[in-house]
Design a protein around this ligand. Structure first.
Ligand code: 13P
Length: 354
């Protein structure tokens, strides 16, 4: 095995080390603007920088966070004291990562569906980010589920076109990452939007993962040097019948066992618009009830479900940084516990009282 293969395997394993998960702090400027505007925070480069500094300098975050995914603007920024964010992360023991996709765009011929762009020139961008210190990357594909069971028959969403186009792009990205020394996080997100049942989400997630692994093989991606970042199998947010925590855990594990080879070292879920509490409870139940059935490390790669309380507390005012960092640390810790099946609802109650 050559040095670069060894480095990829070591990075992949470090990202899913026991009790740790990945912090997704790679919101694009547009997404960050939406979150800031909701709280009346000025949408400026400097406020985004200040927010990211708050996250990165949270004391002892590395106890529960193995890697942090950065956005292009953020990986080039520094703290107020002039220390590059990448150096701060490395010193803290957190592996810097980079969002490589350029966003989901309308898929021609498939109304209502998206395909993720960013493959042109990707090899050169990977070389630059590697040189800047990134050691892993992410690419997010979004899969929409039609709004009702009837629509599904009428409109065929997700279409095979959408699944194959997105899976192909994910696999091309992953192969380029591995050639350039970055561990690819392969993120096919089946959106929670809509009123679909959990059974329909299962079926769509199953088809999505089949398409993704077929393309990963076709493009010669080495499965032991990547991380899968899937959505959990959930009922749509507008579905009147919401599944229990146990049912979500059972159906999610079943779907992953049917599709994800054991050679993949780790699965790190996105939170995808679930409440903070649900994202944590579902991860925990996967471990307590089905841990022995999972051949891969299973953890989190959350953005909203870790950051939202910190953003709410910070509110754009730097006087609130210590309180915000405390919230960030607490949600990282609670999810670290869930990633080992050691989370209890009392932990939520004790946080609420602080
Ligand atoms: P959420 O946890 O907010 O879904 O974000 C994860 C992510 O990285 C989306 O690409």
């Amino acid at each position: 095995m050559n040095t670069s293969d060894r480095e990829l395997i070591a990075t992949a394993q470090a990202l899913v080390a026991p009790g740790k998960g990945i912090l997704a702090m790679d919101e694009s400027n547009a997404t960050c603007a939406r979150r800031f505007e909701k709280l009346g925070i000025p949408v400026t480069v400097e406020r985004r920088r200040a927010y990211r500094e708050l996250i990165i300098t949270t004391p002892n975050l590395a106890n529960f966070i193995s890697g942090a995914i950065l956005y292009d603007e953020t990986i080039r920024q520094s703290s107020q004291a002039g220390i590059p964010f990448v150096n701060l992360l490395q010193t803290a023991g957190i592996i810097p990562g980079i969002k490589l996709d350029l966003g989901a765009k309308d898929l021609p011929g498939c109304p209502g569906e998206k395909v993720t762009e960013g493959l042109d020139g990707l090899g050169d961008r990977i070389a630059e980010y590697y040189q800047m210190g990134a050691r892993f990357a992410k690419w997010r594909a979004v899969i929409t589920i039609s709004q009702s069971e009837r629509d599904a028959i009428d409109t065929d969403i997700p279409s095979e076109t959408c699944l194959v186009a997105n899976a192909h792009a994910l696999a091309r990205y992953a192969a380029l990452c591995q050639a350039g020394g970055l561990v690819p996080i392969v993120e096919p997100e089946v959106l929670i939007d809509g009123q679909h049942s959990i059974e329909r989400c299962y079926e769509v997630t199953d088809r999505t993962l089949q398409a993704v692994f077929a393309q990963l093989r076709l493009n010669r991606v080495e499965l032991d040097k990547m991380i899968l970042k899937p959505s959990m199998v959930l009922a749509g947010e507008k579905c009147p019948i919401q599944a229990s925590v146990e049912q979500v855990a059972a159906m999610t594990v079943q779907c992953l066992r049917d599709n994800v080879p054991a050679s993949v070292p780790g699965i790190a879920f996105l939170s995808g618009g679930q409440s903070n509490e649900h994202a944590t409870a579902h991860l925990n139940a996967i471990h307590t009830q089905f841990g022995s059935q999972c051949p891969w490390a299973v953890t989190f790669s959350y953005a909203r479900a870790i950051q939202q309380p910190a953003l709410d507390y910070w509110h754009g005012d730097d006087a609130n940084i210590p309180a915000a960092q405390k919230r960030l640390y607490q949600r990282a810790k609670i999810n670290g516990s869930a990633s080992m099946g050691q989370y209890t609802p009392e932990m939520e109650r004790s946080i609420a009282m602080v």
